[in-house]
Design a protein around this ligand. Sequence first.
Ligand SMILES: NC(=O)c1ccc[n+]([C@@H]2O[C@H](COP(=O)([O-])OP(=O)(O)OC[C@H]3O[C@@H](n4cnc5c(N)ncnc54)[C@H](OP(=O)(O)O)[C@@H]3O)[C@@H](O)[C@H]2O)c1
Length: 352
Amino acid sequence: MKAVVMREFGGPEVLKYEDVATPEVGPGDVLVEVRAVSVNRTLDLIVRENKYVRRPALPHILGVDPSGVIVAVGANVTDRKVGDRVYCSVFIPTDDPSAHLTLPGLGKVNFLGVSTWGGYAQFVKVPARTVVSIPSSVAFHDATVIGRHLATATNQVEGICQIQRGQRLLVMGASGGLGSAAIQVAKWNGAEVVAAAGTDERVAAAIRVGADHGINYRTQDLTAEVMRITGGKGVDAVCENVADPDLFRKALYSMTHGATMATAGNASGNIEVPLDIRRLYLYQLRIVGEPREQPGGLAEAFQKAGDGGVKTIIDKVFPLSRAAEGHQRVAGREGVGKVILDPTLDDRGSKS
Ligand SMILES: NC(=O)c1ccc[n+]([C@@H]2O[C@H](COP(=O)([O-])OP(=O)(O)OC[C@H]3O[C@@H](n4cnc5c(N)ncnc54)[C@H](OP(=O)(O)O)[C@@H]3O)[C@@H](O)[C@H]2O)c1
């Protein structure tokens, strides 16, 4: 099969489009013909640079969120068949004692595309129990974005923030994968959503997926704007996955008494932010770290998508053979929304 293989860590140039052996399916596996996979900043670019907390063995194939069609099933697989349209979860059950994440129902997990070969390939092999069905009405490109972000965003908004009808949610990095999904989840729950992002185009994209208010936090004062929008009260919850030190502080000062901040990431790359402890206890604020999804969250996300209720923000689609360009585009932060790789496109981007 064709695949984007990494034989060393480094810049986008280490991603080589090559022929490798198609994986053999084990008894509990399925082989999926990949139709879409996305380029993620942390789990693709940071892993490629060998700056992630886990280091994949080389040679390696990236790709944490492939969608596609099952072309082979293992001898013990009874609930999946050739032809099924599926999304492959990033979470792969493991008995590796060094795995740092545990999921209810799956136990310890490693990440597809980090600890095992991922979806930057024509085919990917995954355990059958980690795939979920994609409704026929949902295109593969959208499925990859929905599968990657919606269940985690749902857990942040409903599970951690427990957002209620009429409450106000501030979403940071609002046009990002997690942010744009969180906006939609909050709207389904009847919340008023304040979307905050770093350019006017990104704010506009967040409004298009449903946010009620927009703030450009690079040109406007985030806290002052939130207070203006909320009549001086502040927001009941914040989804904060950016970890920009200055913006984190301003987001904290945008929270009302008893408010909750959910965090699953640090898209800015910073791992330290200032924390006003006095504000934290006087306002009885909660800051909860939770990068996981609820059991069944992925299946629910695709049910919602099948009902036609989910919007995605896709910046650009590249042929798999031009994965390095996709990485450059994400690194340069040029576009708005997700970058997708599609193995069915030829070098010029036409259907092959
Ligand atoms: N399923 C999930 O999505 C999931 C699960 C677990 C953890 N996470 C983590 O959550 C974080 C957000 O994920 P995501 O997929 O939503 O990321 P994303 O699509 O890249 O969006 C993140 C947003 O962060 C903002 N940002 C601010 N400073 C930045 C900088 N220096 N570099 C890049 N972005 C910057 C950008 O918005 P502006 O330019 O508008 O500021 C960008 O839209 C990541 O750390 C990720 O690893 C995600």
